[in-house]
Design a protein around this ligand. Sequence first.
Ligand code: CAA
Length: 382
Amino acid sequence: MYSLNFDETQLEIQRVARQFAKDVVAQGVIERDINAEYPIDILKQMGELGFLGMTTSSDWDGAEFDTLSFVLAMEEIAKVDATTAVVMSVQNSLVNWIFQNFGTEEHKEKYLKKLATGEYIGCYCLSEPEAGSDAREQHTTAEKVGDKWVLNGTKNWITSAPHSDVFIVFAQTNSELKHKGIACFAIPKGTPGLSVGIKEDKMGLRASDTCSVGLVNVEVGDDAVIGKVGEGFYIAMKGLTGGRIGIAAQAVGIAQGAFELAVKYSKERKTMGVPICQHQAIEIKLAQMSMKISAARALVHKVAWMKDNGLDCNRESSEAKLFASTIANEVTREAVQVHGGYGYVREYQVERMMRDAKVTEIYEGTSEIQHIVIARDVIKNS
Ligand code: CAA
């Protein structure tokens, strides 16, 4: 039965993350957005604090906290900077999680230890120019030639690609087998034939570098295969179940950040002789924002609890991501509205949060895909 009672460790992690977000992450956030400047120094500090290996086992130099602690920390970081938060989410819940659960001892020694401490940044390369929502349509191929795998193809929308030390790449080994022919590979940076394309000029999350990744006759051995050949699609999907929890927490954080700024502004700004928070039109907005954030946060905490208790949470992960991303867009839009004209300028930050919120409805599965995942589970299990 689902019930929540945060323990001292979880509350301490939340306190540390909140303080770090305020003292370090919030500094320069407007400039990083303007200049599209990746927060590499902040990420290094986060690695030292254990935030990049939060749920990774201590056997592999991770902090070995639970998923609840992870979502509490994610919310605090995303509240001030959604960009830093997305890198934290991808590293923890996609890259590290895949290595920890499917990687060999050698992978863990070579990559996971460094990822968990922030010495390495990693990326997850599933999407392609023609394989976004339809992830099984992998055009990237991996062909066995002698004792080598030779990979060719293009990956798209890869978070952190230019800074990555290791690339988790999904590729088709036998198109006749469709998704059962997909394999997952760990490819270190610098491997001949592996290249990173130019940075996308994005609407939001401007400081997280998003690039394409090219693979031209990239040769790796069997030791690069993560899991079994043919298991790649399942690894990708299982990773995304956890990844979506991280993005849901990020969306709650973005909404909470915008909400707090809207409340503050509404108490300071006066019209018709009173602070605008005393006008019913604004009161209704604040109440709606508060209620929606609480509901989204409850879904995020519930799915994190389910994951920590070893329960199948694929549907709940999509529910949390779908709902939290929807309300993050609604709340940030209302936060801009509460600010009036000031909401439309960078200094007041809510316009950035509104731009950042949008992608939470797109990446790690669009809202349309989340509906499919939820509905299929409902139909199968009802
Ligand atoms: N866990 C384990 N297995 C799963 C699974 C899961 N979560 N989801 C599906 N599967 C299995 C199914 O059981 C099925 O197994 P069998 O064939 O052996 O019976 C197999 O995978 C195929 O599943 P489906 O028939 O459901 O596959 P589909 O092609 O109809 O649909 C989908 C799958 C849900 C639409 C999927 O393609 C999907 O999630 N698409 C969205 C992709 C996505 O989220 N991309 C994000 C890119 S990463 C990113 O954005 C990261 C970043 O950098 C920020």
